[in-house]
Ligand binder design. Structure first.
Ligand SMILES: *Cc1c(COP(=O)(O)O)cnc(C)c1O
Length: 385
């Protein structure tokens, strides 16, 4: 699809990057299950030499995701963490990163347990007020890593304000856009330089692929990241690329339903006597609701709850008793999931730090799927009483 910028989101989700196959007319992009490509004479080929560097199925997907973020470039990775790793490899020993104090557990683990050993310094700060960031900027600061909404306490970080600070101090702003998906939020338009996605989640949407993506406009940044992508090799295979392209064709439909179901369930839980606290950016009393309204199209299907007076045993009992919600890590798929961050997704964060960020033992995170919302609410009623 040429000039995809002029089309709306749903049209791009279905068509961008997915031109009919020139050799057969197949409407679906073929799965080019090959590691290498035959050359006519050394260096003379049709643009493809070796599949770590370039594969046509992956390329089609990359064009598609770039179009969804209204961007020039996209690189896909064999996992979301593979894409985070590639961004941090832009840095050198002595460089500093400013990031949030409520972060995906895997990102926190990589920053503190892998890259700290390479002499990169990370500041984990409260970013809900962006002006806080400036206090931590030194001559060595190179990168702001923002995740919004955050996992699992649904903090909202003002991307535009971060973008202004990044511009003023000549820093790179990277935004983990996994929770929002490109349907709800486009950080490049708000001043970010790099958008990161765990494609595993909403983009793939069917809990059958692990993948990551980086999206950017800047040609130089793209060249640097593409070099690391190919050099370090966390590239996804063609079958997974195909499955994600198929998943994305319904992204806009799924997101509408995730948002609809999310709102109904958030409202149900907010009024429930067993719930002490609920985190969802769509409530007008969410501390950064106005920012969420400004930078997101809707509020999504991720909700966290704190159970009133429940100890760990009671929390476990509740988490294991649902019939429609499945107890599992991950999020963003068609099926509703429930997760206990303290012992599952965020277990790698020390208890004290975790609790300071609100990830207490009686907190549960819901990824509301696209089932019929009445069945989901009945499931919650049956378990919570
Ligand atoms: C899942 C997730 C990641 C990591 O992605 P993988 O595909 O699991 O490697 C990063 N950030 C957020 C917000 C996530 O939810």
């Amino acid at each position: 699809m040429s000039n995809s910028k002029s089309y709306k989101f749903g049209t791009k989700a279905i068509h961008a990057g997915a031109d009919p196959d020139p050799s057969t007319g197949a409407i679906m992009t073929p799965i080019f299950q090959t590691s290498t490509f035959v050359q006519e004479s050394p260096g003379k080929h049709k643009g493809y030499a070796y599949a770590r560097g370039k594969n046509p199925t992956r390329e089609a997907l990359q064009k598609n995701i770039a179009a969804l973020e209204n961007a020039k470039h996209c690189l896909c990775f064999s996992s979301g963490m593979g894409s985070v790793d590639t961004v941090i490899k832009l840095l050198r020993p002595g460089d500093e990163v400013i990031t949030g104090d409520d972060l995906y557990g895997g990102s926190y683990r990589m920053f503190t347990k892998v890259f700290a050993n390479y002499g990169i310094k990370f500041h984990f700060i409260n970013m809900t007020n962006a002006s806080n960031i400036e206090k931590y900027i030194t001559k060595n600061t190179k990168l702001i890593w923002a995740e919004t909404p955050t996992n699992p306490t649904m903090q909202i970080i003002d991307i535009e304000a971060c973008g202004k600070i990044a511009k003023q101090h000549n820093l790179i702003l990277a935004v983990d856009n996994t929770f929002a998906s490109p349907y709800l939020q486009n950080p490049l338009a708000l001043g970010a330089h790099i958008v990161m996605h765990s494609v595993t989640k909403y983009l793939g949407g069917h809990s059958d692929v692990v993948m990551g993506a980086l999206v950017m406009d800047d040609d130089k940044l793209y060249e640097q990241l593409a070099f690391i992508h190919n050099s370090c090799g966390a590239t996804p295979g063609p079958m997974d690329s195909f499955l994600v392209m198929r998943g994305i064709k319904t992204l806009h439909l799924r997101m509408e339903r995730h948002c609809f179901n999310g709102r109904k369930i958030a409202e149900f839980l907010k009024a429930h006597t067993k719930i002490e606290k609920i985190y969802w950016p769509g409530f007008t009393d969410h501390p950064n609701h106005e920012i969420a309204k400004k930078q997101m199209k809707d509020f999504g299907g991720m909700i966290s709850i704190v159970l009133k007076g429940a100890d760990l045993e009671e929390t476990f009992r509740i988490a294991s008793s649902f019939k429609v919600f499945s107890l599992a890590e991950s999020l963003g798929g068609v099926e509703s999931l429930i997760n206990h961050p303290a012992t599952m997704t965020h277990a790698s964060i020390p208890k004290e730090e975790r609790e300071r960020a609100g990830v207490v033992d009686n907190l549960l995170r819901l990824s509301v799927g696209v089932e019929d919302v009445e069945d989901l609410i009945d499931d919650l009623k049956n378990v919570l009483g």
